[in-house]
Design a protein around this ligand. Structure first.
Ligand SMILES: Nc1ncnc2c1ncn2[C@@H]1O[C@H](COP(=O)(O)OP(=O)(O)OP(=O)(O)O)[C@@H](O)[C@H]1O
Ligand SMILES: Cc1ncc(C[n+]2csc(CCO)c2C)c(N)n1
Length: 254
């Protein structure tokens, strides 16, 4: 399985077919990357209070007139239990055609899960078409939220879901597949990590400063944090699902 984040981090380049993605905005600090990712998304969603972030933070992030930014950035859907979205924000987007879906009957799954379920229900076979789902505001902040967001990666393990903040990205590497990660040194690194969340694994890597060679990893033992890229091509294979993370370089002008 091939992974390449460079195009996303640079605002997308030549291989535009690989750039068909869904954007989900969560209710935590909006990364500066959000405006860039918005432009090429085929579906733009907010998870409940994520809509407040779009409404209130995006104009500040762009340093532009509130009313102009708000009219330009209208999400396709707002989904969740709707206990965080502000009434005026809901009214604003609803009046401009955004679908607002109340899933408050479900108090067992987080709003991000509800958003991904919507993508699963409305897209024909998203796993097979390799469609990426980019989630901003997913990392940092409240630790239970962060863990809830990571749990969604495991709940939809055949989907290509990537969690972002301004400093890191995180995605799942499903087990028993050779993963090739094409690194874009201009935009990512130098740090990376391979995290055996939940269960032990035996993993092999190439292209890292500290490689694994049929090496066992588990919490309480070895976990590959503060690793570094040694090549623009990294390979990873493992007998258990792993979390992959790499650092994101600050973008010029942000
Ligand atoms: N502090 C945070 N850190 C990371 N993610 C967050 C944080 N706050 C919210 N989120 C994400 O944004 C989504 C929507 O946030 P919102 O505040 O609307 O959620 P919520 O599920 O109603 O919150 P709560 O669980 O407190 O009731 C959450 O499901 C979560 O994925
Ligand atoms: C064992 C267990 N722990 C916590 C919750 C609460 N919870 C989990 S997701 C969610 C929705 C948040 O928008 C809520 C309230 C639960 N249901 N079951």
């Amino acid at each position: 399985m091939e992974h390449c984040m460079g195009e996303l981090l640079s605002g997308c380049g030549a291989h535009s077919s690989d750039c068909s993605y869904v954007l989900v905005i969560l209710n935590y600090r909006l990364p500066s990357l959000a405006a860039l990712l918005w432009q090429r998304a085929r579906l733009r969603m907010c998870a409940d209070g994520g809509a407040n972030r779009l409404y209130n933070e995006l104009p500040l992030l762009l340093g532009q007139e509130e009313s102009i930014v708000r009219e330009r950035f209208i999400p396709d859907a707002i989904i969740g239990d709707l206990d965080s979205i502000l009434p005026e924000v809901r009214q604003f987007y609803e009046s401009r055609g955004t679908a607002v879906l109340d899933k408050s009957h479900d108090q067992d799954t987080v709003d991000l899960h509800k958003c991904i379920s919507f993508v699963a229900e409305t897209t024909t076979n998203p796993a097979s078409i390799n469609m990426k789902i980019l989630v901003v505001g997913a990392l940092g902040g409240r630790f239970d939220h962060e863990m809830g967001n990571i749990n969604v990666l495991f709940s939809f393990r055949s989907f290509r879901i990537i969690l972002f903040n301004d400093e890191s990205l995180v995605f799942l590497l499903p087990r028993d597949v050779l993963h090739t990660i094409h690194v874009s040194p201009e935009h990512e690194g130098p740090n990376c990590g391979i995290i055996p969340l939940g269960r032990p694994c035996t993993a092999t890597t190439t292209g890292l400063k500290w490689n694994l060679n049929q090496t066992s990893m588990e919490f309480g033992g070895l976990v590959s944090t503060s690793n570094m890229f040694a090549s623009d091509k990294v390979t990873v294979s493992s007998d258990s699902d792993l979390l992959w993370t790499s650092s994101i370089k600050p973008r010029s002008g942000t």
